[in-house]
Design a protein around this ligand. Structure first.
Ligand SMILES: Nc1nc2c(c(=O)[nH]1)N[C@H]1C(S)=C(S)[C@@H](COP(=O)(O)O)O[C@H]1N2
Ligand SMILES: [Mo]
Length: 166
């Protein structure tokens, strides 16, 4: 019996699920991420267990990719963006939260990348890596990213539309 055409080939590129409060959720490969303007950064970070590391990364800005997904805030009201969180998860379950304001050009404007290469080696199979040149510690440089969720829910909790505490 032949393999069904829908079977995932062994060489399939890792896919990143972009979901949450966005108008256009997407499943993106590293090749897809090459469609945005590419930036290059050198980043050094320290780990409590393995010491200081230096790497060169290339890839799109996280802000550019998420903006094109259509986050559900009012684009002309800067204050409306402040309730948005970005949850980034790797295939091993390691995850971290960023606030939208960290990467927004009107606020902290951190040059956070979704890297598609590390030290000139493509990340097609491993999946993209989060790069935060502003971080001293390496813990948020999440490798093998398979999910990013944009969450604007915090204000609905405050206004009482969301879950309530007893
Ligand atoms: N997916 C994933 N990414 C991760 C981690 C992890 O456990 N899982 N550890 C982080 C920590 S604590 C550090 S210091 C750096 C280490 O980078 P290295 O794996 O290149 O040594 O990766 C970060 N990215
Ligand atoms: Mo670390």
């Amino acid at each position: 019996m032949s393999r069904p055409l829908t079977a995932t080939p062994a060489h399939a590129s890792a896919k990143l699920a972009l979901t949450g409060d966005v108008a256009r959720p997407a499943r993106l490969t590293v090749a897809d991420l090459m469609a945005w303007p590419q930036h290059r950064v050198r980043a050094s970070f320290e780990c409590a267990t393995s010491g200081v590391q230096h790497h060169r990364f290339g890839g799109p800005l996280l802000h550019d990719v998420l903006t094109d997904a259509g986050p559900g805030f009012d684009p002309v009201r800067r204050k409306d963006r402040l309730r948005f969180l970005i949850a980034v998860t790797g295939t091993d379950g390691h995850h971290a939260l960023l606030t939208w304001a960290e990467i927004d050009p009107d606020f902290a404007h951190a040059p956070v990348l979704l890297a598609v290469s590390i030290d000139e080696t493509p990340l097609d199979l491993a999946g993209p890596q989060l790069v935060l040149p502003q971080d001293r510690c390496g813990a948020r440089h999440i490798s093998g990213i398979n999910a990013i969720r944009v969450d604007g829910g915090y204000s609905s909790w405050l206004s009482g539309d969301g879950p309530r505490l007893a």
